[in-house]
Design a protein around this ligand. Sequence first.
Ligand SMILES: C[S@@+](CC[C@H](N)C(=O)[O-])C[C@H]1O[C@@H](n2cnc3c(N)ncnc32)[C@H](O)[C@@H]1O
Length: 428
Amino acid sequence: MAKGGYGWSLDGALPVIEDHSRAKHDVLRAYLINYLRILAQHPRSEGIRVTLVDGFAGGGRYRTESGEEVSGSPLVLLEALQEARALVAMDRKQRGIRTPYVIDAHVHLVEQNRSTCAFLRKVIADSSLASSSDTRVTIHGNDFHRALPGILKDIQDRQRRNGRSVFILDQYGWSQVNLDAVKQIFAELPYAEVFLTWMIDNLINFLSEQMIDKLNPALQRTGLGQAITAEQLLAIKQTDSGLDGDLAWRRAIQTLMTGQIRASSGAAFSTPFYIVPRNSRRGYWLLHLARHWRANEEMKRIHWESNNLHHPGGAGFNMLGYLGNHGQLAFDNRFDEHAHQATRDALRRDIPQRMSQLHSPIRFGDLVQLTANETPARLDQLQEAVFALSRERQLTVTTQSGATRRGAHSIASEDLIELPTQLWLLPN
Ligand SMILES: C[S@@+](CC[C@H](N)C(=O)[O-])C[C@H]1O[C@@H](n2cnc3c(N)ncnc32)[C@H](O)[C@@H]1O
């Protein structure tokens, strides 16, 4: 809803960047570099074509409180491409691969505001990164939704095989991106990945009788109007009368909305970390949406590696869980050693419980996919928890040939996990 935000103009001062934007840029940069390095791993491959789309690009430059100039997301994309090219060349040299590798990138930058777009054009014209022979930059002074069909066509024409692409939809507030557009991206490009920011606190703080007439059209604009109404959200807010009611209804609304955003966008996987940047109290979602589990796993790895953001939520299969017994935050995940321990302990409790709810053995890979949207845990953490449980005889793990596993990280997708007979009746 809130239009607010940064302002760029050719004759004005640079806007001062907020903490949460810097934290987001760090995650984005780390993710893109990792993404491009993974694509480049095949030794016989000579290169890839990839498209990066910044759908809400902004002006491309900021300054910090202390006056230092820093990059906006368009430059973060170009810097990530440059860094990835250097790292891929180094990786391949170390592996003795002589074939040069080309990352042929098309970067689409979309910015609707005329003055911001003029500023962006200048920033890009002045950047040497935008004139690399392997990078083409197209700037669209347009609404993202209007520019999207042309961008999708460009990707399909240029990358007929798989249309690998990353879309960054960094809106102000929460109601500027229509999820039908995200659905169209996934329908036409199954290998696309989408970063979507969603200022959930703006919506929650606005929720009142007086705002219903404004919230319903905003929900319609996002494409959630059929699934969620403002009256429904308000009813959730008003039903809780407990002492710690604030956290309870916030949690209920957040759980409802993440599920609906994933469903309405056509993504199979999302990482709904509720991000509270260090030094800031303003929380928001940095959603990573994808159709493939592997992309979800890589996003979680980046959160654990960069750990400059935190997620106040559950550690096991209760990632959105806010409440402890007395309504306090159940756990504040800072993606650090303490969070690692808490995740391990929670998984050791939650996995047998989930198994008993399922009432049947399950392949390890299926358990991983089934719980991907519920847990911050990475694959290796799930492997370690399952292995520890098997050593404690709370589970059995059997390979396809009927053998047992000797190490956690050798647990494979096809391995069958079962509860010992006496544990199938564990209370839920
Ligand atoms: C949060 S700012 C972007 C910040 C930028 N992504 C960064 O990280 O440096 C959102 C930008 O989207 C632009 N915008 C708003 N609605 C838009 C739309 N429908 N299509 C394209 N741009 C839009 C705004 O003018 C604003 O510059």
